[in-house]
Design a protein around this ligand. Structure first.
Ligand SMILES: *[C@@H]1O[C@H](CO)[C@@H](O)[C@H](O)[C@H]1NC(C)=O
Ligand SMILES: *[C@@H]1O[C@H](CO)[C@@H](O)[C@H](O)[C@H]1NC(C)=O
Length: 263
């Protein structure tokens, strides 16, 4: 009994931390100094957030009542504690990055161009904006919004700092995913749903390239959807319900449109 109570408390704490961690991605902006790589960098950030939200969803952390009724998935109190530590490290990474960013701002003239930031709502190419909005929306749906506190936005000005952050976050989420092997199948299914929700579009091949580096399960789901589509020529509708997925002949590499243009 005592052990169960401990697990329940642990899960409630974990769910709160999960919300706070996903929220870290919402309040980061990217500086104008990113230039051409702003588009892909924004998508890398969105993808990392989506992957974390998928992990939380696979444990039902968006709804604590469901999570505690699935004790098999959560394993032991020790596992839950370990997960809390990993989430805590992600929050710490964002906090450190924010500190670096504050120091950069304080030693830079206020009118310096490098302090300008991008706005995803107006500065992304339409195909990229569509991906960004969809991934953001999917991640938000997996959070318990009533547990989220509003925080001020801050900006990452330096690309090398961004690269380190993404790399470190990816490693920590790897750790979280490995910690709960019983959720692997659920995560695969969630990936399939993500791919059908994101749907067809010229951004998909760019997302696939990004996923290849930081989100293998999503990469697989995109490949699966593409293979399925090619098998039935042009058009295939997949996924449950009536949301269709169309992936057709446009599946060649499309990243040219992003890398080619100036940002
Ligand atoms: C959402 O978060 C609030 C505040 O932390 C909490 O009281 C509530 O139980 C949570 N809801 C679910 C469904 O987990
Ligand atoms: C992709 O397809 C393979 C082979 O059918 C399957 O084992 C795997 O689970 C699928 N992956 C995803 C993420 O849907």
């Amino acid at each position: 009994m005592a052990e169960t109570a401990g697990l329940v408390i642990g899960v409630v704490a974990l769910a709160g931390l999960f919300n706070n961690t996903v929220e870290c991605f919402e309040i980061v902006q990217l500086g104008r100094a990113f230039g051409k790589s702003f588009q892909t960098s924004q998508l890398k950030l969105d993808n990392a957030r989506l992957r974390l939200s998928r992990w939380g969803k696979s444990l039902s952390l968006d709804d604590v009542r469901d999570a505690v009724s699935l004790p098999g998935r959560l394993g032991s109190e020790t596992t839950v504690k370990h997960a809390e530590a990993l989430l805590g490290q992600i929050i710490e990474l964002f906090a450190e990055a924010e500190g670096v960013s504050n120091r950069y701002r304080s030693r830079t003239e206020p009118e310096d161009n490098s302090l300008a930031v991008y706005d995803p709502q107006t500065d992304l190419y339409p195909a990229v904006a569509k991906l960004h909005n969809k991934m953001r929306q999917l991640a938000i749906e997996r959070q318990n919004r009533s547990g989220v506190r509003q925080k001020a936005k801050w900006a990452l000005y330096q690309e090398k700092q961004f690269r380190r952050l993404i790399e470190d976050v990816t490693e920590l989420v790897d750790g979280l995913v490995e910690l709960f092997p019983a959720t692997q199948q659920t995560q695969r299914e969630l990936c399939d749903r993500e791919v059908s929700a994101i749907g067809d579009g010229e951004g998909m091949s760019v997302l696939k390239e990004i996923a290849a580096a930081q989100d293998r399960l999503l990469e697989q789901a995109i490949t699966n959807a593409t293979v399925g589509a090619e098998r039935s020529h042009h058009i295939v509708f997949s996924g449950s319900g009536n949301t269709g997925l169309q992936l057709g002949h446009n599946s060649g590499t499309m990243s040219g449109f992003m890398f080619g243009k100036g940002g």
